[in-house]
Design a binder for this molecule. Sequence first.
Ligand code: SF4
Length: 739
Amino acid sequence: MTDGARSATPPELMPREVATHCPYCALQCGMTLRAGDTGVTVHPRQFPTNRGGLCQKGWTAAELLDHPDRLTTPLVRDPATDTLRPASWDTALDRVVDGIRAVQADAGRDAVAVFGGGGLTNEKTYALGKFARIGLRTRHIDYNGRFCMSSAAAAGMRAFGIDRGLPFPLADLGRADTLLLVGANPAETMPPLVRWLTEQRGNGGKLIVVDPRVTATARQADLHLQPLPGTDLAVANALLHIALTEGWVDRAYVAERTTGFDAVRRGVAAWWPARAEQLSGVPVADLEATARALGTGGRVIILTARGAEQHAKGVDTVTAYVNLALALGLPGRDGSGYGCLTGQGNGQGGREHGQKADQLPGYRKIDDPAAREHVAGVWGVPADELPGPGVPAYQLLDALGTPGGPRALLVFGSNPVVSAPRAARIEGRLRDLDLLVVADLLLSETAALADVVLPTAQWAEEDGTMTNLEGRVLRRRALRPPPPGVRTDLAIIADLAARLAVAEATGTAPATTRTPGTEPAGTAPAAAETSGRPKAAVSAGRFPTDPAAVFAELRRASAGGAADYAGISWDRIDADDGVYWPCPSEDGPDTPRLFADRFATPDGRARFHAVDHRPAAEQVCATYPLHFTTGRVLAQYQSGTQTRRVAALRRAAPEAFVELHPDLAARLGIDDGDPVRVTSRRGEFRAPARLSAGIRPDTVFAPFHYAGAGRANSVTNDAVDPISGMPEFKICAVRVEKA
Ligand code: SF4
């Protein structure tokens, strides 16, 4: 094993080591960072989720700390040459604030929008949402997590009344008699999780994978269902149909703990297995074997991920699997349940604390009067000054620069030029803006289009908290300060607020009914309370730069909400290997397992929703005869801004590829390695062919991590789910030809 990458930061600036977590995915593997004579090294750390394992991305994470591409000075676009040039912070921030003021004076507050990211810490997420609502006073804020987990979040909310990816600890996977993974490929996306799958199978458990490709995860399965992309919902309904026919439905559970089953029962009656086979291609025998394993197993877990969720019917697809789980009496039963495998590092926390268009901190709804009163009280503003809900991410991006749409955008920790569907169109929208500001540590493809680029600190340079895929709140610890010229996101938000003259509380907050301890920002226990560290850096203003102070305020703002962090302190996180929300009291327990006694609905019962298959938004035709689907590879992460710059990862996965079945390739006259062009109604991309018998002959696949000519999202469909706003990344119609 390698010691990981090394940095050239002077040793005298560094503490010796810190126990922290990986900067990338939602598994948030425990790692130790050590500052040695030659730089920072990564070492795996025993933590309940990764048990000492790291993937290649985690091992190499420190390489970016002193990467030559690292931004260390603000950049401002020179209108004369249309190039980005180094500038002072004063110049850059003045340009941002002048631009915001000009746009808002001309077109109103909502003409400025904010776009966040699922990799930001809870503190940054919270501060960004607060800055949008009371700093800019715009309703337009959303984030790239909308492209990841939003369908499962919406399905969870309507079924269980709460959205926590896994409502049980990850360790439960190892004890499951039957584990069904739908559209999940953890062997490539979060390899240390596979230890739990190995343990599960070692204990005699059965692993069943539903995926259109023979992925690294599917290869380990006892049974692999390989449906046509976009037919997962029909598969779920057929499984429930079989369970009903065979008498495997838990009637007592359904009667006592749920509502709405009759409509679902009537709906799935039409999904006899042969019909599902005809649509999905999954043989009846495999459907029956799967239903039997689910219906007769003891401890049974059903998990969905992006493969099920990234569709224009993603919420209904996830709901179909939730219906199946409820009918079998799984949620809340020890060792059993339904869950979603969250993708981004803080995908869970990122959707709890206010950067989602319709939410306030604590997973409160922004149109709920009581929620508005509570949060406005914490923020020290009248509730009627808070804007209303904005629009989901794609709708927001697609409105940029259009008549009536936002004319300025502030982007924090996101790269929509690569990650958005129909990416060329979104790139055009970004170019149409009056002002584009990007805060990032590297010059992403989105930052390259910006008018102002603000260099930010990295994960090893700042404290904070992340909430992993289990709903467990974790500590991220700083090993060293940011390099000269670089500021934290919290400092940038505070700088902008100060320049916009919204940093200090005005004292105009109305008298409200506050949860005890919900004093306005800047007046309450702060850094020392939660971190055990001195509070010297705490700002008395509305936008503190110390993450401990922000977390203290977040606790008060979330108190009483669905995602209640009120009882979570940094000290408690340190003592307990993380704390599961909801945790309303410092003296009370946290909640590793949800739903044992009741669901988070008004009557405590889970809700069935009848859902039916509908075709993908775009059908294959003579011109575009193939299905196209996207996904990830082991050595890259999300839009690749970071991982494409890490030498070992670049060597392992240097460029995009187009995976296609040998039979299809032969028909098209394409050999392995040939450059091919993939074209949809929205655009094209080019990449070498990679032949694989593990993909259906009617479907082609490409990873979405790459920019430029290999940008898979140039062709993806921007049709969105009507409930979650999730784009249909997982299926569209394409033509493939030798380039
Ligand atoms: S990328 Fe995910 S799986 Fe890999 S080390 Fe980091 S947290 Fe763990």
